[in-house]
Write a protein that binds this ligand. Structure first.
Ligand code: F6R
Length: 266
C-alpha cells in the first residue's frame, strides 16, 4: 500500500485509492506480482488473466522493470488474455497479440507457448470452437490465480458489453464472438484512424471464466471513469453495467483506483 493511499469498502469489495495513475499502476503491479509469487510458491506455477488497453500499460512497464532487476520472473507463469479483435492478424499492430508482445511478452521470460491470446485469424465457422477451447485450456491449467481487468466507459469488462439479458444469464456468459458496443467502438476509433475503420467484433472471455478467477484486480484511472466506477461499486448489480457483476464474487475482488477515478464515490 502506498503511504498516501486510502482503503475503502463497497458492496463487500476492497477498494484501494492511490493519488495518481503512476502510484495506482505500481500498487496494482505489486498485488499482481504478489499473487504470481504466492501461486508459484504454493504449486510451482501461476495462471494469470491479462488485459490490454491504456490502463495496464504502466503496470506492464513496472513488471518489465522488476524483471530486469531480477525481482519478478514469468518462467513459471501461464497467461490468458481477455480478448482479441476479430478478424485480425496477430502481426497487425492494432491486435492485442502485438500489444502484449510490445508491452510485456517480448521483454520478460514468459514461455511463448504459454502466453495465450485468442487467435483472430480462425475461420469464422471455427470461432465458437476456438472460444470454447480457450476456456477449456484455462480449466485444464487449474483456473486463474489472478485476473487483471480494466473497465470500459460503458462498464464493460473484457468485451462483455452492457445488455438487457437477465442477471443470472449475465453471470455465466461463455467465451464467444461478440459485436462491440457503440461506446466501445467510439473509444477505439482513435486507434483505428476513424469510427468506420474500427473492427466491430471481438473474441472475448465470458463473465463465467472471469468471475471464477481466485482473485480479481480491477484497475481504473482518470476522471472519465469516475461515473462508471461509482455505478459499478455503489449501484445495483445489473447486466446493463457488467462491471457491477463483480459484486457477486465480492470477497475475491480488489479495485485499484486513482483519486480521479474514485472521485464519484459517495
Ligand atoms: C481490454 C479489455 C477492455 C479494457 C477496457 C478499458 O483487454 O478487456 O475491457 O480493459 O476497455 O480500456 P482502457 O484501459 O483503454 O480504458
Amino acid at each position: 500500500m502506498t503511504p498516501a493511499g486510502r482503503v475503502l469498502e463497497r458492496a463487500g469489495m476492497r477498494v484501494l485509492v492511490s493519488p495518481d495513475h503512476v502510484s495506482t499502476s505500481r500498487l496494482a503491479a505489486q498485488r499482481l506480482s504478489d499473487r504470481i509469487n504466492a501461486a508459484v510458491a504454493e504449486r510451482g506455477r501461476a495462471v494469470i488473466g491479462l488485459a490490454t488497453g491504456s490502463t495496464p500499460e504502466k503496470i506492464y512497464a513496472q513488471f518489465v522493470e522488476w524483471h530486469r532487476e531480477c525481482r519478478l520472473s514469468f518462467r513459471d507463469v501461464t497467461s490468458y488474455n481477455l480478448d482479441e479483435y476479430y478478424p485480425i492478424s496477430p502481426l497487425d499492430p492494432r491486435s492485442y497479440r502485438s500489444y502484449m508482445h510490445r508491452n510485456l511478452f517480448f521483454h520478460v521470460d514468459i514461455a511463448p507457448d504459454r502466453a495465450h491470446v485468442f487467435d483472430g485469424t480462425v475461420p469464422e465457422k471455427f470461432a465458437p470452437a476456438h472460444a470454447a477451447e480457450f476456456e477449456r485450456w484455462i480449466a485444464a491449467d487449474g483456473g486463474l490465480d489472478v485476473q487483471l481487468l480494466g473497465i470500459g466507459r460503458n462498464g464493460h469488462i473484457a468485451f462483455n458489453e452492457p445488455s438487457d439479458i437477465s442477471d443470472a444469464e449475465a453471470l455465466r456468459l461463455p467465451a464467444r464472438l461478440v459485436e462491440l458496443h457503440p461506446v466501445t467502438r467510439a473509444t477505439a476509433s482513435a486507434d483505428f484512424g476513424g469510427l468506420d475503420r474500427v473492427i466491430p467484433r471481438a473474441l472475448t472471455l465470458g463473465t463465467a471464466a472471469i468471475l471464477a478467477a481466485r482473485s480479481i484486480v480491477i484497475v481504473a484511472t482518470g476522471f472519465s471513469k469516475a461515473d462508471v466506477v461509482a455505478r459499478a461499486l455503489e449501484g445495483p448489480m445489473t447486466a446493463k453495467l457488467p462491471a457491477s457483476l463483480l459484486q457477486s464474487v465480492a470477497d475475491n475482488v480488489t479495485w485499484v483506483l486513482d483519486e480521479a477515478a474514485a472521485s464519484g464515490l459517495g
